[in-house]
Design a protein around this ligand. Structure first.
Ligand code: CA
Length: 226
């Protein structure tokens, strides 16, 4: 069973989240502040932590940093209020996996939870070769093979393919790819993404003009189907 720790100081919000997640079949514990969060993680195993940023005693930022410092390596989703420093949330030294800005819908929360848990499951398989369309890929070594022969992919091609693969059967928007793979600093257009997808199809599809693995979802983005 997947066990989630909710760290939130507002009682109503905390209880509401707990009830909803339990209804979805998760086992849920709660903590009211950053210090309680740390002591609970020492005593129990959690698959995921929902961590509010503005907390008494120890902020969500500091709690997250300390958890990572102590070797907690499961996903952490930060809960932020509008205007809080999102850049900091996703900063590498902090080590959070994702964030949600309040107010968020339950549907959105559940989608994020599933996504980070799925990514984590896939992360465990990073060292092995996986089949993606007609090729085999080792995402941790940046190696790709077709019929046992090494083929060359650019670093970014690996990144795009990996992102789609991590979100198997889910729609990934062009904007999301631009943000997650290219990053905010670069000049990217949706056209750049589309051209990349065309190239990737040449690489992984048996028949690139009739793609079966990286399909276009009109008006929404792309979806990788194994
Ligand atoms: Ca709070």
């Amino acid at each position: 069973m997947t066990r989630i720790l909710i760290v939130e100081d507002e009682a109503q919000m905390r209880q509401g989240l707990k009830d909803n997640l339990e209804f979805e079949g998760y086992e849920v514990n709660t903590a009211e502040d950053g210090e309680q969060c740390l002591s609970m993680v020492e005593k129990n195993e959690y698959n995921l932590i929902l961590l509010d940023i503005m907390l008494p005693k120890l902020s969500g930022f500091d709690a997250c940093k300390q958890l990572r410092g102590k070797g907690f390596d499961r996903p952490i989703i930060m809960l932020t209020a509008k205007g809080e420093e999102i850049d900091k949330v996703l900063g590498l030294e902090l080590g959070a996996d994702d964030y949600l800005t309040k107010p968020f819908s339950l549907r959105e929360l559940l989608a994020r939870i599933k996504a980070v848990l799925r990514r984590e499951d896939r992360g465990k398989n990073k060292g092995i070769n996986v089949t993606v369309g007609k090729i085999e890929v080792n995402f941790s070594k940046f190696e790709a093979f077709e019929g046992g022969k090494n083929i060359v992919l650019s670093h970014r091609e690996f990144e795009v393919l990996k992102y789609l693969w991590e979100y198997e059967n889910q729609i990934v928007s062009r904007e999301e790819l631009m943000k997650e793979v290219w990053g905010m600093g670069e000049m990217t257009t949706t056209r750049t993404v589309d051209n990349f997808i065309l190239k990737l199809r040449q690489t992984i599809e048996e028949d690139p003009s009739h793609p079966k693995h990286i399909i276009t979802v009109h008006g929404m983005g792309y979806k990788y189907i194994p």
